[in-house]
Design a protein. Sequence first.
Length: 297
Amino acid sequence: MTAIRIDGKAFAAKLRERVGEAAMAFAQSAGRKPGLAVVLVGDDPASQVYVGSKGKATVAANMESFTHRLGAETSQADLLALVDQLNRDDAVDGILVQLPLPDHLDEQSIIASISPDKDVDGFHVINAGRLSVGQSGFVPCTPLGCMMLLTDRLGDLSGLEAVVIGRSNIVGKPMAQLLLDANATVTIAHSRTKDLAGVVKRADIVVAAVGRPEMIGRDWLKNGATVIDVGINRLPPEPGKEKGKLVGDVAFDEASEVAGAITPVPGGVGPMTIAVLLRNTVVAAHRNAGLDAPAGL
Ligand code: GUN
């Protein structure tokens, strides 16, 4: 059997188009575009690239982009003051502080300072709590994107065995919560799990978010499983090459022989993250303006 390749890039492009239409409709009712503020502290090269991409994608989706680039030496007080200013700014519907922050800054207290109603990353404890008790809030972009791909592929997830590998606050925990809300039977596995391969073998749905290149092979998977690979790992470069290949946490070619459907890396979960960020921002704009949530997002 050869697995169906789940095309996250195409799904994300369609979602961005729908978000762009919702943003245009919002502008007509509210008299202003939805706005997303992105804050970058320091000069981490990967973060620079992400922040640049987010800004361009925001503008392409008919929204206002406000990018704040601060020096690596920025103090906790100055960063808190900027977040406070963005919290009060009516043109800003969503605030994202790019992580990781430099070591001298306290990530948790910065996240806590963002208004939960503008926390389009879904990282604030209020939004984690809302997700946990089933209230509407903001859900972290990567797991929500994974969920969209899963429901598009499988429809109803009721009663399916889902194994999430990884227990981070950004992916593993919210992913498990979303699967549980969709009536799946959920296991969270991690580096201390005994017989990890045996646990994964039971799963109808595998979500891999461990950061170990090609860890999950053919023998780990149940026949026909749906595999969502959140990992983005760069292998060491081959001789004569400048950059190593990007691979996921799943050995794609092998896994494709057993799985029913699988996301590739790149082109699977990755493109969904920004698309969902834009989706969360247009939803935030509607909520903050007291308008009904846009349909079909
Ligand atoms: N760094 C890497 N991914 C993310 C993300 O989704 N949100 C934020 N704030 N920082 C990140």
